[in-house]
Design a protein. Structure first.
Length: 135
């Protein structure tokens, strides 16, 4: 015992203060196993901007942070006078995206655009809000 652990004990103390086997030490820690995968981290839409080109057209631009391959397409919504409506959809090809929206003559006030990614399982991701455009 002295050569292995460096302690001097009497023969009677060996049974009282030392474990008889390595399984008698008790619980020394808690083992936890966690499986983590970063493959399914969903992409998000960022940097959405809306610019009025002229009296008839507004250009929307946005980019994606993450892998675009998880996105099937984008929905483009516009909010005017408190009502939201779908004004277009866009494919997922590329890393930066652009959509031209047509201003209808009866639209007045301001428009706020929302870009929503739609994934391959048709679940919608977090929407990205573009700046307000005054008509």
């Amino acid at each position: 015992l002295v050569l292995n652990t460096g302690t001097l004990t009497a023969t009677t103390g060996t049974h009282a203060y030392h474990a008889q086997s390595e399984f008698s030490f008790g619980q020394l820690g808690q083992q936890t196993t966690v499986e983590a995968s970063f493959e399914n981290v969903l992409p998000i839409v960022t940097g959405a901007t809306a610019i009025k080109l002229n009296a008839k057209f507004i250009r929307l631009q946005w980019s994606v942070q993450g892998t675009v391959k998880h996105i099937d397409h984008f929905l483009i919504l516009a909010e005017n006078l408190g009502q939201r409506m779908v004004v277009g959809k866009h494919h997922n090809i590329g890393t930066t995206f652009e959509h031209i929206d047509t201003i209808h003559p009866n639209e007045k006030g301001s428009i706020v655009y929302f870009i929503v990614p739609v994934f391959h399982d048709f679940k919608q991701g977090k929407e990205c809000v573009a700046n307000e455009v005054i008509l």
